[in-house]
Design a protein around this ligand. Structure first.
Ligand SMILES: O=P(O)(O)OC[C@@H](O)[C@@H](O)c1c[nH]c2ccccc12
Length: 271
């Protein structure tokens, strides 16, 4: 990507209109837009793509992205986790990568949690936030994340520009979809890693049938990248439904609230 075009993308990406995003998601997005209003869109020179997150998920079998999640809009407080300790426990339990929420108001996340996790574990780390401004990607790269979440429900067609910016910064992107229309947008944008969220973030309702359905559809459409099933998984039986279909699963609440995170991770992954 030539420098000029990625900088144009960053400028355009900072000026998107998110007022049409509905429900709980819309409220969180509006807060993040206000948080980053006027932030610097400068991405700087291209950073080498390490593909650490992608590589970690690409192993045989179903790999686990374990999430450091202290609270959520659906559950309220989950557990007062120490992010570094939690991530070390997930690593010991067999996780392939760590996701860290950095959204402060609804998920009790913060930048320090990401810093601490990156410093503590050798696994690649995903910045999990509601990315609405190029500065959030620059931060993710500066803080040592290997990947960032890009939500099609938030970014719409602009997800392609954000993908370009993430790659410019050396980050992998987990491009999240929840329905057929969003999947089409992710595929057209050239996503390499697609996450299918079982949770509708506008209503917080979970349907574990969403991931198998959209993963099968992505494969049928010829998608050769990685597919991640997200949200609502609690038991090995839950995971058996996406084994052989998904490359990875993203699990937060059930592990974070378990008390013994390493043991819960091992138990979840046992077949
Ligand atoms: O806690 P759960 O049900 O295991 O879900 C984890 C993860 O999928 C969820 O936290 C999530 C998926 N996409 C998101 C987007 C923003 C915030 C959070 C999320």
């Amino acid at each position: 990507m030539v420098q000029g075009s990625v900088e144009r993308m960053a400028t355009a990406g900072a000026g998107l209109d998110f007022s049409g995003v509905p429900g709980v998601l819309g409220r969180i997005v509006a807060e993040r837009v206000a948080d980053y209003a006027g932030a610097d869109t400068e991405l700087g020179t291209a950073r080498p793509r390490q593909r650490r997150f992608e590589t970690a998920l690409k192993v045989a079998g179903l790999s686990l992205i374990a999430e450091v999640k202290r609270a959520s809009p659906s559950q309220g407080a989950i557990a007062p986790l120490d992010p570094a300790q939690a991530a070390l426990a997930y690593e010991a339990g067999g996780a392939a990568a760590i996701s860290v929420l950095t959204e402060p108001r609804h998920f009790d996340g913060n930048p320090e949690a990401l810093h601490a996790v990156v410093a503590a574990v050798s696994l690649p780390v995903l910045r999990k936030d509601f990315v609405v401004h190029p500065a959030m990607l620059r931060e993710a790269a500066d803080w040592g994340a290997s990947a960032a979440l890009l939500m099609v429900s938030v970014l719409g067609e602009a997800v392609g520009e954000y993908l370009g910016m993430a790659h410019h910064l050396g980050l992998d992107a987990l491009v999240e979809v929840h329905d057929e229309r969003e999947l089409e947008i992710a595929l057209a944008a050239g996503a390499e890693i697609i996450g299918v969220n079982n949770r509708d973030l506008t209503t917080l309702h979970i349907d574990l049938a969403v991931s198998p359905r959209l993963i099968a559809r992505a494969r049928a459409a010829g998608f050769a990248g990685l597919l991640v099933a997200e949200s609502g998984y609690r038991t090995p039986a839950d995971l058996s439904v996406v084994r052989g279909l998904a490359d990875a699963v993203l699990v937060g609440s059930s592990l974070a609230g378990s008390g013994d995170l390493a043991q819960a991770t091992r138990a979840l992954l046992s077949v």
